[in-house]
Design a protein around this ligand. Structure first.
Ligand code: WTA
Length: 649
């Protein structure tokens, strides 16, 4: 923990939406009378029928129920587009920067966004999609991804965006899991100079689906595609046939807006459900205040729309605020390590929001890539996804922010819809590596991991939980409310449990220490070790597998797999490669193990439970203090694993 603090300049604070005094006053108001606070701030949206009820929340295990603005009605797409048309129809809503720097960037006005979204909404209707139906979106980072999300919102369909890096199997499971009627995809996804054949993946994903799932296909590269007769439709052809007007559906505040699959500590990914009113209020308010967004600014969040960060801070938050949001199709290192900074210079980006893993990767390339770009437009920098090490924080601050830009280290989750712990740049002095203080309405608690008792001393160390709800909170797991309650409300009664460990320092600042469950964070991508294990054991030559995370200098965490082979199978380099490729096709490239250790045996208790604590220690190359191994059925297994460990130094 670093004790160095960085306060915003007087100039910055004076021009910010929120300064230190205002933060204190508003935070107190938000927790003393949440009803009144959110009654006021819910007004930032346009409601069709205004809400009279504000908050109706029960965190008691067995009867968990979360509702905000329940009797209000609205349309999310109308809030993100239509209401801006009179004032800013010609203003750029989306700047699109393509993968190839030589290709033309697009500036899509709010007017154009309206027309395209309406057309896509009408096409979806023509394909038989109605209110409450599910649509899977499997697209590159192209404007059509935003049109698709907003088109669903416009007609009251529920979208589920699947990251284009996921394999056909992972896509198929998600299409099936929410019983989607249509998949919106593209021929190919160009990224870093290489193209992924998305349409082929869709064909493979739907091969065994007994329902007739339709596909709406965007032509991005013109690459060859295999067409399924009567089920596949080109977007550019269908768009010609429909009107550029589509009346927005009146939706209840608690009608689902989207499902987004995310990894948990057990089993397959779960469909996190976010609803319409509260989610949008929260995404919009945090986008404006956490980044101190002002009229006319250009906002760039480098995430992919396949993750929650892209939902809240590329599409919904910025557009609800009438902002200009930048969407980037490529990667930070293509054609070279200055791409991010060149894009900042080219489009005069004012707020830049990225992940620590990207910062670490670029830091390793040297400062020359940054210093040759003009970054004078930048005002605020942000990070998200994992704890940022002070070294990367300082590099970001000195080289990218040039000591001038406050850094907001935002802690939140797919489940939370928006930031929960974060500095407000004009109000809260930062410390490298700390997500600092709670956003308005957020009441964190540090609990003793074993007893669940809340630690009320300012200085505390334990697990992070939330005492009360905020409007952006997830409402349920799609189709499995019991799993929702069991995952977040069972272990610590009366709280929402985040799954993260944390420390609180003498100033009341929060420092996230990482997951305390079997979720790992690889290059800012969240993954369940159980998913990788089940992919490995699905291979014919694998008898058993245990997967843990280990510290990785660029990715944050790497994936370490212990694999026990079937009797008689030879452990070879070729088989190692085969297993790596296998996991890539089962889940996607992001899940490929970094290290595979052949494990003739795994450390198990006499009741057969794998002792992951020991496996984690060995993977961390910290096997000196393994703790109590007396309950192991066969302690000699451990010596063998240490002897042949893959991560040395
Ligand atoms: C981690 C991403 C430290 C944390 C928005 C959390 C962070 C998980 C931070 C959620 C941060 C996210 N500092 N850790 N600023 N932000 N995390 O659902 O472990 O992909 O539980 O949401 O990422 O990941 P998810």
């Amino acid at each position: 923990m670093s004790d160095q603090t960085y306060a915003p300049s007087a100039d910055f604070a004076a021009n910010a939406h929120i300064d230190a005094a205002k933060y204190k006053e508003m935070y107190a108001a938000s927790v003393n009378d949440p009803e009144a606070f959110w009654r006021e701030h819910g007004q930032r949206l346009d409601w069709i029928r205004p809400y009279s009820r504000v908050k109706d929340v029960n965190f008691d295990f067995g009867s968990v129920s979360i509702k905000w603005f329940e009797d209000g009605t609205l349309n999310v797409a109308a809030n993100c587009i239509d209401r801006h048309l009179a004032e800013r129809g010609d203003q750029t809503a989306i700047i699109w920067e393509p993968d190839e720097p030589g290709d033309e960037a697009l500036h899509i006005s709010y007017k154009e966004l309206h027309a395209q979204t309406c057309k896509m909404a009408n096409v979806l209707k023509a394909l038989g999609v109605g209110k409450g139906d599910r649509v899977v979106i499997y697209l590159p980072m192209i404007p059509e991804a935003a049109y698709a999300m907003l088109a669903c919102a416009r007609i009251g369909a529920i979208h589920s965006v699947v990251f284009a890096g996921f394999s056909p199997d992972a896509l198929g499971a998600r299409v099936n899991g929410c019983d989607a009627k249509v998949v919106i995809t593209a021929d190919e996804a160009p990224r870093g100079g290489r193209a992924t054949k998305l349409k082929d993946n869709v064909n493979q994903a739907l091969l065994h689906d007994t329902r007739d799932v339709k596909a709406l296909v965007v032509r991005r590269t013109g690459g060859q595609v295999a067409w399924r007769r009567d089920l596949d439709f080109w977007w550019h052809e269908e768009a010609e046939k429909v009107s550029p007007d589509c009346p927005p559906e009146e939706m209840g505040a608690e009608d689902p807006l989207f499902i987004l699959y995310t990894s948990g500590s057990t089993g397959q990914p779960k469909g996190v459900v976010h609803t319409s009113g509260g989610y949008l209020v929260y995404a919009a308010m945090t986008q404006e205040l956490v980044f101190d967004y002002h009229e006319g600014d250009v906002f760039w969040c480098t995430a992919d729309v396949g993750w929650v960060t892209g939902h809240s801070y590329i599409v919904y938050g910025p557009l609800a605020n009438g902002a200009t949001t930048l969407m980037f199709e490529g990667v930070p290192t293509y054609p070279d390590a200055s791409r991010f900074w060149q894009v900042c210079e080219k489009h005069k980006v004012n707020q830049f929001y990225t992940a620590p893993t990207a910062i670490r990767a670029l830091m390793g390339q040297g400062t020359e890539y940054v210093s040759r770009c003009d970054l004078s437009s930048l005002k605020v920098l942000g990070t998200v996804g994992e704890p940022i090490n002070p070294e990367a924080w300082t590099w970001y601050n000195d080289n990218v922010g040039q000591g001038r830009c406050p850094i907001v280290d935002t802690w939140w989750q797919t489940e939370t819809g928006g930031h929960l712990l974060t500095p407000l740049p004009g109000a809260i002095p930062t410390k490298p590596g700390s997500a600092t203080l709670p956003f308005f309405g957020v009441e964190p608690a540090v609990l003793e991991p074993e007893s669940g008792k809340e630690i009320t001393d300012t200085e505390a160390s334990g697990v992070l939980a939330l005492k009360d709800s905020w409007p952006g909170q997830m409402r349920t797991v799609w189709g499995d409310h019991e799993r929702f309650e069991a995952t977040y409300f069972q272990q610590y009664k009366g709280y929402y449990f985040s799954g993260d460990g944390c420390k609180r320092d003498a100033d009341g600042y929060y420092w996230i220490t990482g997951r305390v469950d079997d979720v790992i964070n690889v290059s800012g991508h969240r993954m369940g070790t159980a998913e990788v294990e089940s992919a490995l054991v699905a291979h014919a030559k694998v008898a058993e597998a245990a997967v843990v995370g280990y510290p990785h200098s660029i990715k944050g965490q790497g994936i370490y797999a212990y694999v026990t082979l079937m009797n008689g199978v030879e452990p070879t380099e070729a088989l190692r490669k085969e297993l790596e490729a296998w996991v890539r096709t089962e889940i996607g490239p992001i899940a490929k193990p970094d290290l595979i250790q052949w494990a003739p045996g795994l450390p198990k208790t006499r009741s057969g439970k794998i002792m992951r604590r020991i496996l984690r220690k060995i993977a961390e190359d910290d096997y000196g203090a393994l703790g109590d191994t007396s309950t192991l059925a066969d302690p000699s297994v451990v010596d063998e694993l240490i002897e042949n460990r893959m991560n040395r130094g």
